[in-house]
Design a protein around this ligand. Structure first.
Ligand code: SER
Length: 574
C-alpha cells in the first residue's frame, strides 16, 4: 500500500463508522495565538473539545498536515524523525469514549492495514484501569504496559485540552534494537515503534496548571502516516516511503549521488516542510514562524554546500513534492511558482553570506583552539555572545548554523545567549537611531532631494528584484544629512535608486530589507530599512559590506523575500 492508499483507507474506515471527514487545517493554526504551528490533528478541534462552539458533528476524522521542530537536530540522524508529517486521527466530542476508540483502532490496524496482531502492544497510563480492562479483552495482559505521566499523559502545551493516553506499538523485530539490550516496549530505540496515540481527552489545563474536568469526555487520536507506512511496508526508515523516495532521488540529482545519508535526509525533510510552510503563507524572516522557515531552508542549503553545491538547488526539488502531494493538498499546485521563487531568492541571499560567514567563524575557532588546520574533534569552543551575533549580523549565519558547523567538527559552541540578545537589541536600536532623525531639517533636505532627483519609481508590486542606478548617497555629517559621492565598506548611510522594488515603511508596516549590489560585484550593501521621508521618495538605509558604492553606479536591488511577509499574507488572505 502506498501513502495515498493508506490515507484513503483510513478516512474511508472512519467515514463508514459515522465520522465527518474534516479537511486538513493550515499549518498556521487558524485563530489560535498560543501555537506557532499546527502540531497535531486535534488543534483545529480545540474549541470542539472545550465545548466552546455549537457542534455540527460529534465525530470527525482527518489527515492533518503538521509541523514539529522540537527534534529538528535529530532529523537526519535517525530513521524516523521528521519536522513536517501527516497525522491521521479520529475524534469524538462527547460522543464515544475509550471502548470504541480502542476497538476501532485495533480493527483498523489488524484488518484494514493488515498488521500482524501478535506484533502489536499497548501502553496505558499507569493509573488507567479502565483502559487496561478494555485492552485485556483484545490482547494478553503481558502485552499491555503501564507507563507514567511522562509518556502516557498527553498535553498539547502548557494549557488546553489533555488527558491520559494509550499508545499502540508495533514490534519491528530484534534487528532494530540497535546495539543495546532492549528492555521492551516503552524503550526509545527503533524496535517498538509507537504507531498510534489514543488520547482520552477529559481535562482542560488552565494557565495556573490546574486540571478541570471537561463538560464532556472526548477522544483525540493521532497516528503519523509516514510511520504507519513504515510498519505496513516493513521499511527501514521513513525516508524509504514512496513520497520520500521521489524527493531523495531529486536531491541526489541536485547535490550528488554520493551525498551522505544524513544530508539527503535533512534536505528532503526540510525542503518538504518549507514547501508546505510557504504554501500556507509563511515567508523567511528573522523572527517567529519566518525564522523557523529560514532555519529549515538554510540548514538544508548548507548540506548541499558541504557537498560542493554552491548554487541554488532547493527550489528545483519543490516541483517533485508538489507533484506527489497536490491531490491531497491542492494549495501546493496553486502556489507552486511563487513557492519556487521564494525558495530561490532565499537560497541566493543565503549563499552570498554562507561562505564568508563560515570563513569568519572558522577563523574564530582557529584562534580559540590554536590550530592552523582545523581537525575534529575540536572540543569546546568559547566565543562571546557579541561575536556570535556579529557573525550573524554581518554574514547572516545564524547562531544555530554556527552551532552545527562546530558540531560537524565534533565540537561544542559555548556562548552567552544573554550577551547575544543584548548585542542584537543594541544593533537594532543603532540602526533605527541612525535612520529616524526626521526633524524639520531632514524633511526640507529630502523634499529638495526629491525635486532634484525627480523621485524614484516603485517596482515592488511586480517584482522583488530590479536593475537600477544609484542616484543619490547621503551620510550624516555633524548631525546633518549631507549628500556624498561615495560610501565605503563599513560605512552607513542613505541610498536612493532610480527604481526600486523595496517597499517603504508605512501604516505600521515595516520597510523592506535585502541587498543592493553592483552587477559585477564591485560593491554590495545591506539594506537595513526602507523609508519614505517625503512622498515620492523611497530611501534605503544601508550598510556597505563590500567595495565602494558611488553615485551613478549601476545596481541590482534585491528584496529579502521575508520582508515581504505583509504583502504576501495580504494576498493569501484575500
Ligand atoms: N494529540 C495527540 C498527539 O499528538 C493525539 O492526536 O499525539
Amino acid at each position: 500500500m502506498n501513502t495515498n492508499e493508506i490515507r484513503k483507507k483510513f478516512l474511508e474506515f472512519y467515514g463508514k463508522n459515522g465520522h465527518a471527514i474534516a479537511p486538513s487545517d493550515s499549518l498556521i493554526p487558524s485563530g489560535d495565538q498560543t501555537l506557532l504551528f499546527t502540531s497535531a490533528g486535534m488543534v483545529q478541534f480545540k474549541k470542539h473539545f472545550l465545548g466552546q462552539i455549537k457542534l455540527d458533528f460529534t465525530r470527525a476524522a482527518s489527515c492533518q498536515k503538521c509541523l514539529r521542530t522540537s527534534d529538528i537536530e535529530r532529523v537526519g540522524l535517525t530513521a524516523r524523525h521528521l519536522t513536517f508529517f501527516e497525522m491521521l486521527g479520529n475524534f469524538s466530542f462527547g460522543d464515544y469514549f475509550k471502548q470504541e476508540a480502542i476497538a476501532w483502532g485495533w480493527e483498523f490496524l489488524t484488518r484494514e492495514a493488515g498488521l500482524d496482531p501478535k506484533r502489536l502492544y499497548a501502553s496505558i497510563y499507569e493509573k488507567d484501569d479502565e483502559a487496561f480492562e478494555i485492552w485485556r479483552k483484545i490482547v494478553p495482559a503481558d502485552r499491555i504496559i503501564r507507563l507514567g505521566e511522562d509518556s502516557n499523559f498527553w498535553t498539547m502545551g502548557p494549557t488546553g485540552p489533555c488527558g491520559p493516553c494509550s499508545e499502540i506499538l508495533f514490534d519491528r523485530g530484534e534487528k532494530y534494537s540497535q546495539d543495546h539490550k532492549c528492555p521492551g516496549p516503552g524503550c526509545d530505540c527503533d524496535r517498538y515503534l509507537e504507531v498510534w496515540n489514543l488520547v482520552f481527552t477529559q481535562f482542560d489545563r488552565g494557565a495556573d496548571g490546574k486540571l478541570t474536568s471537561l463538560p464532556q469526555k472526548n477522544i483525540d487520536t493521532g497516528m503519523g502516516l509516514e510511520r504507519l507506512n513504515i510498519v505496513i511496508n516493513e521499511l527501514e526508515s521513513t525516508f524509504e516511503t514512496d513520497y520520500f523516495q521521489d524527493i531523495i532521488r531529486e536531491t541526489k540529482k541536485q547535490i550528488g549521488e554520493g551525498s551522505s545519508v544524513k544530508s539527503l535526509r535533512i534536505v528532503s525533510d526540510h525542503i518538504r516542510a518549507s514547501t508546505f510552510l510557504i504554501s500556507d503563507g509563511v515567508l523567511p524572516s528573522n523572527e517567529g514562524r519566518g525564522y523557523i522557515l529560514r532555519r529549515l531552508l538554510r540548514r538544508a542549503l548548507r548540506q548541499g554546500w558541504t557537498h560542493g553545491k554552491k548554487e541554488p538547488f532547493l527550489n528545483k526539488i519543490v516541483p517533485v513534492i508538489v507533484a506527489d502531494m497536490k491531490v491531497q493538498y491542492p494549495e501546493l499546485s496553486e502556489r507552486e511558482s511563487s513557492i519556487c521563487a521564494i525558495v530561490e531568492t532565499e537560497e541566493k541571499n543565503a549563499l552570498a553570506t554562507i561562505e564568508s560567514g563560515t570563513r569568519m567563524l572558522e577563523d574564530e575557532i582557529r584562534k580559540s583552539t590554536g590550530q592552523g588546520v582545523l581537525k575534529a574533534p575540536i572540543g569546546k569552543i568559547k566565543l562571546s555572545g557579541e561575536k556570535v551575533f556579529n557573525i550573524y549580523d554581518t554574514y547572516g549565519l545564524d547562531k544555530e548554523i554556527q552551532r552545527e558547523i562546530v558540531l560537524d567538527l565534533k565540537g561544542e559552541l559555548d556562548f552567552s545567549e544573554t550577551d547575544y540578545e543584548k548585542a542584537r537589541a543594541h544593533a537594532a536600536q543603532t540602526a533605527r537611531k541612525g535612520w529616524k532623525g526626521s526633524g524639520e531639517k531632514e524633511i526640507i533636505f529630502h523634499s529638495q532631494l526629491s525635486k532634484k532627483s525627480g523621485g524614484n519609481i516603485f517596482r515592488g508590486y511586480e517584482t522583488l528584484e530590479t536593475q537600477s542606478k544609484v542616484l543619490v548617497l547621503v551620510q550624516e555629517k555633524d548631525g546633518k544629512p549631507t549628500e556624498v559621492a561615495e560610501l565605503k565598506a563599513g560605512e552607513e548611510g542613505e541610498l536612493i535608486l532610480s527604481e526600486t522594488p523595496f517597499y517603504a515603511e508605512s501604516g505600521g508596516q515595516v520597510g523592506d530589507k535585502g541587498f543592493i549590489s553592483h552587477p559585477d560585484d564591485k560593491f554590495r550593501v545591506e539594506v537595513l530599512d526602507t523609508q519614505k521621508p517625503v512622498e515620492g521618495l523611497i530611501a534605503h538605509f544601508v550598510r556597505v559590506t563590500q567595495g565602494t558604492v558611488k553615485t551613478g553606479d549601476a545596481a541590482r536591488a534585491v528584496v529579502d523575500a521575508a520582508s515581504r511577509a505583509h504583502i504576501m499574507r495580504h494576498h493569501t488572505a484575500t
